[in-house]
Ligand binder design. Structure first.
Ligand code: GP9
Ligand code: MN
Length: 413
């Protein structure tokens, strides 16, 4: 009947960090553009492969005066892959331990970022060049109160514009910006890319660097499709500037999940020049997170350890939207009080001091195996947190919650 929510609310409240005052509202009233960087992992940023730069444009952004780059943000997705990352972004809840929440709980009550911004007068949409029903997006987006879903039917796939799973990212971005130009402002538009997806195939003319030379064709090609995605992002920025939308928008980009699974550890070890232990494997779950605020001068590399659940509170604080009463498990990455940690969906976690993976406690930084007792308290907290989040989803508990007041409406059935 919703009474389970009391414990969850107490936990969420006790663990909340006050958002940063310095960053509060610095993007208020601006358009919000969020880009999902398919399969992009942080290990490729500011690195080379056989002497060739993998992500030249994103590398530039890491030192740009208007860009904050987070190198230590971890993905927290499970079986729902891209859709899990969307779920985390919109709700600051963990996805499920089994199955994709977009499929299993697509009809629940949520309090999404889109709903919050909609309440502030924002027009909201998602743009993605795939069929509507993939990952049950069409259903879930209704529950997330996203006004409009521009799927493949809203895009024109010209000759040579498709590869791998479908429309290439460059023509996709060109048309997405045209769609944005038609939206009433301010808007929140979310763009989901597709080209940098397993099996990472490209047309010859889009291969801007060589393949790698390991025994894994997957990893070898991954460098090329990542390079292509970087080029597409550069194109997106150019298009936004040409359309006049750039100055009045903030652009947030995040990697959704790993592209290279543990099946390719030998090849990955060859590239990184070190053995892929469970410790290294956990470190490879880092995905890039960029916050680009034109004209802000706020650019820096922010080493804070965090997870995808921190994206919603971080973004909404920048947008000047309060989340004090929201049932969110993350917190503002710019907050002094933000706790440096990331709990993975499978129970692994990273804190400032420890990495827990493969049932082993490691020292963060050195990767040395240490006394498991040191990790024990946090292992327990990680389990509790994942359980509370799961309870909300399984019980559809946000039905009983009024985030305006923070009151529980236990009477409502
Ligand atoms: C499909 C795209 C890729 O529309 O988002 O999904 P993934 O396989 O990465 O979850
Ligand atoms: Mn994906």
């Amino acid at each position: 009947d919703g009474s389970e929510l009391t414990d969850v609310q107490n936990y969420v409240h006790a663990n909340q960090a006050d958002p940063s005052g310095e960053m509060a509202g610095i993007a208020e009233g601006k358009n919000l553009i969020v880009v999902t960087l398919e399969s992009m992992q942080s290990f490729a940023i500011n690195e080379k492969m056989n002497g060739q730069t993998i992500t030249p444009f994103l590398n530039e952004l890491t030192t740009d005066e208007d860009t904050i780059y987070f190198p230590n943000l971890y993905h927290q997705t499970g079986l729902g892959k891209t859709s899990d990352s969307e779920f985390i972004l919109e709700n600051s809840l963990y996805p499920l331990s089994g199955g994709a929440v977009f499929f299993t709980h697509g009809g629940n009550t949520y309090n999404s970022m889109a709903e919050k911004l909609g309440g502030e007068g924002y027009a909201t949409n998602v743009q993605h060049a795939n069929t509507k029903s993939f990952w049950n997006r069409d259903m879930m987006y209704e529950s997330l109160e996203i006004d409009e879903f521009l799927d493949i039917q809203s895009f024109t796939v010209g000759e040579g514009d498709a590869v791998n799973w479908g429309m290439k990212d460059i023509p996709f971005f060109e048309q997405s910006v045209a769609h944005m130009a038609d939206m009433p402002q301010p808007f929140y538009s979310r763009l989901i890319t597709l080209t940098n997806h397993h099996p990472f195939t490209l047309d010859e003319q889009d291969k801007l660097i060589d393949e790698f030379d390991s025994n894994s064709g997957t990893l070898n090609r991954y460098f090329q499709t990542t390079r292509y995605l970087d080029e597409a992002v550069k194109e997106l920025f150019d298009e936004l500037k040409a359309s006049g939308l750039y100055e009045n928008s903030i652009i947030v980009m995040y990697g959704d999940h790993y592209g290279i699974s543990e099946n390719h550890n030998d090849a990955m070890a060859q590239y990184l020049g070190k053995e892929i232990t469970p410790y290294e494997s956990a470190q490879l779950q880092r995905v890039p997170f960029f916050v680009h605020i034109p004209g802000s001068g706020k650019g820096h590399v922010n080493e804070e350890i965090g997870g995808q659940i921190d994206m919603r509170p971080t973004i909404l604080n920048l947008m000047g939207v309060e989340t004090d009463n929201d049932m969110q498990f993350g917190s503002d990455l710019f907050s002094e009080e933000h706790e440096e940690s990331a709990i993975f969906r499978d129970g692994r976690y990273v804190t400032k001091d420890y990495v827990y993976a493969g049932n082993t406690c490691y020292e963060n930084g050195t990767g040395e195996e240490i006394d498991p007792m040191l990790c024990a308290p946090f292992t327990e907290q990680a389990r509790t947190e994942l359980e509370f989040s799961e309870e909300i989803i399984i019980g559809d508990l946000l039905r009983f919650y009024d985030e305006e007041t923070g009151n529980l409406n236990i009477s409502e059935q």
